[in-house]
Design a protein around this ligand. Sequence first.
Ligand SMILES: C[S@@+](CC[C@H](N)C(=O)[O-])C[C@H]1O[C@@H](n2cnc3c(N)ncnc32)[C@H](O)[C@@H]1O
Ligand code: SF4
Length: 295
Amino acid sequence: MISTQTLSVSNGCNLACTYCWYETGAAEYPHAALTLDDYADWFRRCAEKEPLTRLILTGGEPMLREDLPELLRIGHSYFPEVLLLTNGLLLTRRPDFVGELSRMGTRVHVSLDHVSPSIDDRVRGGTKGALVGLNALAAAHVETQVTLVLTAKNYSDLPYVIGYCRQHDFDLEVNPVAVPPTHPLSLTTLGGAERDLLVAELRAAKQMLGRPEYYFRVIRYLQGSPIRPLTACRAVEAGVFIEADGNIQLCGQRREDVLGNIRTSAISEVVDRRNAVLQAHSAGPCVSLDCLTVA
Ligand SMILES: C[S@@+](CC[C@H](N)C(=O)[O-])C[C@H]1O[C@@H](n2cnc3c(N)ncnc32)[C@H](O)[C@@H]1O
Ligand code: SF4
């Protein structure tokens, strides 16, 4: 259960995407309280307990941490698979950082919601900067995925994003925006013809999209199938989520159950608390399609 870990390494961000579910403070807290030694010590103790498989570094914006290159190096020394989730704006800030990602074998997911200048960039922001970062990743042959949040404002750009990803050999993940149905960005406002077009585009892009079962559900969702919360929380499958202050949670959306802190808790305590919380819990009030059943 600790073999897969998602670390929010900075709770600040240099963007303020209007749909963001992370409570970012506009670069208010760019420096995470945890040190490299805190992380290295935690990884070492975890590795003594069970083989580690996958590390995901996210935020807020993880690249706000000045020492991110060192943190990545430490991560690679314990986990065979390391993923960096970023808005891409700071990828080219340091000379050769992208080259280092390539040499270390870090997989990078860059959030990008559209490529056409005609789409309003105020929903997410930073599109030009993200494209600069993505182009640098392509040039350095870093294994890259574009992660797109599909909303009522950018859905018409999907074919152009697909074309851009094909051109650069990027994978693509398309996530319906996770907001309540009454939110102005919600896809519930789209008509049948628009949804049919999106389904056709996703089907045509099938070979670029990972998670086949997930895409099957995205397509059924776009086709209007009713959705309802899961009866049991899926966080059980997802390892642990570690906040920038070291608190350990079931997932990034559920902050009410703290399982411990990486600086102070024994691994066995964390595992015991996680099992107890999972047994006591049904699903939370999540709006992400990952946490909903599509009939
Ligand atoms: C919280 S961000 C953190 C990493 C980085 N700042 C970034 O934007 O990629 C991780 C991912 O969550 C997505 N995200 C945030 N709020 C969302 C929402 N309401 N619905 C769907 N995806 C969302 C972002 O677009 C991004 O792809
Ligand atoms: S860049 Fe990422 S963390 Fe920052 S506001 Fe946007 S989605 Fe949220």
